[in-house]
Ligand binder design. Structure first.
Ligand code: SAH
Ligand code: SF4
Length: 380
């Protein structure tokens, strides 16, 4: 499967007015160092200078190189000429141009805040219950655009040292407003492996955004060969969009199953690097009325996952216009959940709030809780 990558378009998507300035967001430390060398920074200063740049970018969240006061004026000016800290346009735009929009969803809870981010515009896969799968236009987001979603969310939430949200109502008590990141927005993250990996390395960097790998979760529909590689190279938490317990049905709901059926998917899960009771895989299961929600399905789900350290999330289906499915009835969801509960999985159904959010995550085009909306809410 080929997905158009963006390198040629990259600068333009960030900074159409001055296409020569390269975005800093998304550059890893080594590349940043190399760029400074190219600017004429003496070799022995490169490390210090890139640490300064990194820290202003990811710890302080500045959007203007001019604010980096511990870097001498001349060098600051040169850096400002060559680079931009502007947030990626595709993310800030939020304009409803069909197929051009990605969305970021912020989920505040009492003691934490989760940001649901996208990895692609659209998705090349065509899961039959997913609105994203019906979109025509698909392209990979750059690592800068992926990290940029976190930066933009922190801008909007006033979540930088010294800044403060104009009204903190509805925001979590935690010191940081974004404590967790889930790759559950638009797109199949394992089909944009390198950019997502690079972006998550930046997000996890202890001297930057410092979102621990245990607080980052990648959700995949089941790109089996990339699962072990993701574990080795990124090592975040993993979520699997399971949704069916038999190949026959999963072939229809999650067509990538025809390529990598349940047996292969579950084998990759069992072998996931670092898997333990402290580091469980989350299995997502969307509740579709009369399709996958029988008690027999619930029992088979529990049986299938018996030997895997797992969490189960039952997600009420979020309908979209002309969707060929309905959400299961609430008492059926409860009965299903009871079977799962009895097998030792804690509260597997998302709370009404989380439910909204998850639905929004899985179905970003008509998301009910968008960052913009929630930012407005908390400021109202
Ligand atoms: N492509 C990845 C990640 C994005 S989707 C994946 O499929 O895992 C994030 C989650 O939302 C997935 O579990 C997806 O199956 C689910 N989802 C998609 N559409 C949904 C809908 N209409 N209602 C509820 N969940 C949905
Ligand atoms: Fe793509 Fe995930 Fe939607 Fe499937 S559920 S179409 S993989 S975004």
């Amino acid at each position: 499967m080929t997905i158009p990558t963006l390198s040629a378009e990259r600068a333009a998507s960030f900074e159409s007015d001055r296409p020569t300035r390269e975005p800093i967001l998304g550059l890893d430390r080594a590349t940043l160092g190399a760029r400074l060398v190219a600017l004429g920074v003496p070799e022995r200063q490169v490390r210090m200078r890139s640490n300064q740049l990194w820290s202003w970018t990811y710890v302080r969240g500045v959007t203007d190189v001019g604010a980096m006061t511990d870097i001498g004026k001349d060098l600051r000016a040169e850096i400002g000429e060559a680079f931009t800290l502007k947030r990626p346009e595709i993310v800030t735009e939020q304009v409803s141009v069909d197929g051009k929009e990605v969305e970021t969803v912020y989920i505040p809870e009492e003691d934490r805040g989760t940001l649901c981010i996208s990895s692609q515009v659209g998705c090349t896969l065509t899961c039959s219950f997913c609105h994203t799968g019906t979109q025509r236009l698909v392209r990979n987001l750059t690592s800068g655009e992926i990290v940029g979603q976190i930066m933009l969310a922190r801008d909007r939430l006033g979540d930088w040292p010294g800044a403060s949200a104009s009204d903190l109502r509805g925001l979590p008590d935690s010191e940081r407003k974004i404590t967790n990141v889930v790759l559950m927005g638009m797109g199949e993250p394992l089909y944009n492996f390198d950019n997502v990996r690079d972006a998550m390395a930046i997000a996890a960097d202890g001297e930057g955004l410092a979102i621990g790998k245990r607080r980052i979760t990648l959700s995949t529909s089941g790109v089996v060969p990339e699962i072990p590689r993701w574990g080795d190279e990124a090592g975040t938490m993993l979520a699997i969009s399971l949704h069916a317990v038999h190949d026959e049905l999963r072939d229809k709901l999650v067509p990538i199953n025809k390529k990598w059926p349940l047996k292969d998917l579950l084998a990759a899960c069992r072998a996931y690097p670092g898997l333990s009771n402290a580091k469980r895989i989350t299995f997502e299961y969307v509740m579709l009325k009369g399709v996958n929600d029988s008690i027999a399905d619930a029992k088979e789900l529990v049986r299938l996952l018996a030997k895997i350290p797992a969490k189960i999330n039952l997600i009420p289906f979020n309908p979209w216009p002309a969707a060929p499915f309905e959400c299961s009835d609430w008492d059926q969801i409860e009965k299903f959940a009871e079977v799962v509960n009895r097998a030792g999985y804690a509260s597997p159904v998302r709370s009404p709030r989380g439910r909204d959010i998850m639905a929004a995550c899985g179905q970003l085009k008509s998301a009910s809780v968008k960052l913009r909306a929630s930012a407005r809410l908390t400021q109202a």
